[in-house]
Design a binder for this molecule. Structure first.
Ligand code: 7PJ
Length: 294
């Protein structure tokens, strides 16, 4: 069966000081957005406390990693200055890492990467796959894991007529090339995760094709991360606004895991965990809870 636990190789995955095992069960990455549009009510302190509470809630609901983003990468988004991003993200990394929570930082900036690693982040999640000058060196200097994501163009313009020769081949080749480059620059293989970058310079058809072909990404040997939660492709399929896409997101996460995703990046941790636990029970015949709440 695709996605049944026996079919997945199990290995240790370096994620800073909190190693994880990849392949034993799907891992859940909970999304923590600290861009002002997500926390528009009140000043930084209120925002910070709320953000921490939300992170702890997601961990209690079964999240393995909290992905903190201080710069919006949504289509059309404008870049944020370095000092603003640092101020939004680093105090959260410090606090959560001190509490023993695994943290990933969603950034493209080498300076933010270095600060995040020094503050205890276990993973750097880079939507530009370490292509910014200095980014590769910043990650190589630490021990944390890295997620290499594919994006065509840049957030400001990426949704204007994305084009590929062959969507699956093009994206996979790019990711394998970036991963090899990382290895050549001293980032060990067991620190690398790849991500097809759903919604980043892709049409609905491209995103669906990539999800259907996740097996081709898994076959590279690198663990695959999938982020589809609440994205417009799901809106297009079900005809719903962004805040009404929970069921669609859970369905997509399940389908991604069934096709080989090792990590799913989600907003709705509790619901995703429940769905994956039920699916796992039916796949294996064992109803011992697979993903535990805390
Ligand atoms: C992704 C991401 C994704 C990874 C965002 C959103 C847009 N990082 N950051 N993969 N998406 N690795 O969540 O809608 O798909 S921001």
């Amino acid at each position: 069966m695709p996605g049944s636990p026996e079919s997945k190789p199990i290995r240790r995955w370096t994620c800073g000081t909190h190693p994880l095992t990849i392949g034993e069960r799907p891992l859940i990455m909970g999304i923590l957005n600290v861009t002002p549009d997500s926390f528009s009510d009140g000043g930084m302190f209120v925002g910070r406390e709320k953000a921490l509470q939300h992170a702890r809630r997601m961990v209690a609901d079964g999240a393995d990693i909290i992905d903190i983003g201080g710069e919006s990468t949504r289509p059309g988004a404008i870049p944020v200055p370095e000092d603003v991003e640092l101020e939004r993200v680093i105090p959260l990394v410090e606090t959560l890492a001190r509490e023993g929570i695994r943290v990933s930082v969603d950034t493209v900036k080498p300076l933010v990467m270095r600060a995040a690693l020094a503050a205890g982040a276990g993973m750097i999640n880079d939507v530009s796959a370490l292509t910014q000058p200095g980014a590769m060196e910043a990650v190589a200097a630490g021990e944390a894991a890295v997620c290499l994501m594919h994006m065509q163009g840049e957030p400001r313009t990426m949704q204007t007529e994305p084009h590929y020769e062959d969507i699956v081949q093009d994206v996979r080749e790019f990711l394998v090339e970036r991963a090899r480059m990382c290895e050549a620059n001293g980032i060990a293989r067991d620190r690398i995760v790849i991500d097809p970058g759903l919604g980043f310079g892709k049409t609905v058809a491209h995103n669906v094709a990539l999800l259907r072909a996740l097996g081709a990404f898994k076959a590279t040997g690198y663990p695959v991360l999938v982020g589809i939660s609440r994205k417009s492709t799901l809106g297009r399929i079900v005809g719903r606004d962004v805040n009404e896409r929970m069921a669609a997101s859970v369905a997509a996460a399940l389908a991604a895991v069934a096709r080989g995703a090792a990590i799913v990046r989600v907003h709705d941790v509790r619901e995703t965990v429940d769905a994956l636990n039920v699916w796992h029970a039916i796949e294996t015949g064992s109803y011992e809870t697979q993903i535990l709440r805390h």
